[in-house]
Design a protein around this ligand. Structure first.
Ligand code: SF4
Length: 221
């Protein structure tokens, strides 16, 4: 492949511009959103966050009765499971007195290791929190990235960790770059490179092999 990951970023950025992620007013809202967005569309998270907004204080949420929290986050789906995950996350955050400055005194590897031990926090959620709430240069891998890069013609490793490490080795370790790159991939996956891609007008069309896309544009996973 003559095209590089950085070329892809540049083309997407030139086309879509700054994405200014994560869409949240506070770090707590960001972290809660990262948990609620698991297995659902962002529009459902927005509905839950709207209900949660008057209570968006870590201590308040930690002390909230389970049934109340369940009802507030219900629009995000899997609400009982996500309540447990949110509560587990808040217990961990409580060990830092809900103080982001205390949390940020720790190294990225330590925080990542801790996040991954929390019930229901997988690598994508942990890395989103590290990147968007803690400003750490951690590359977030998701299904959109895998689909896009595979279609373009990159042979990605199969595991989450290997893909993350590959991007972090090839790209400059830059928080702003990683922040924008992940956001741009999500935007592109929702605009052009959908399950059934809209290749006409795509900013990557000259760099893309359109692998696994049949003539009728149906995508083969
Ligand atoms: S050309 Fe088509 S398959 Fe390739 S990135 Fe663009 S939308 Fe996706």
């Amino acid at each position: 492949m003559s095209v590089t990951y950085l070329d892809i970023f540049t083309k997407l950025h030139n086309y879509y511009g700054d994405q200014e992620w994560w869409p949240a007013e506070t770090t707590l809202e960001m972290m809660v959103g990262a948990i609620l967005v698991q297995n659902t569309a962002w529009t459902n998270v927005e509905k839950a966050l709207k209900l949660l907004m008057p209570y968006l204080d870590a201590a308040l949420l930690r002390n909230m009765p389970t049934e109340q929290l369940e009802q507030l986050i219900r629009p995000s789906g899997f609400f009982r499971l996500k309540t447990k995950r949110l509560q587990a996350f808040l217990e961990w955050y409580f060990t830092y007195n809900f103080d982001h400055k205390q949390l940020n005194q720790h190294g990225t590897a330590t925080l990542r290791e801790e996040l991954l031990t929390i019930y229901g926090i997988g690598p994508e959620t942990a890395d989103s929190i590290l990147l968007y709430a803690c400003n750490r240069p951690v590359f977030v891998v998701d299904a959109y990235l895998r689909r896009l890069m595979t279609r373009i013609g990159f042979d990605l490793p199969s595991s989450y960790e290997a893909i993350r490490q590959q991007f972090e080795q090839v790209l400059p370790l830059d928080v702003q770059l990683f922040n924008e790159f992940h956001a741009l991939i999500v935007t592109h996956a929702k605009t052009h490179c959908k399950k059934k891609p809209i290749c006409e007008g795509c900013p990557l069309v000259d760099s893309c092999q359109r692998r696994f896309i049949k003539e009728n544009n149906h995508y083969e996973d």
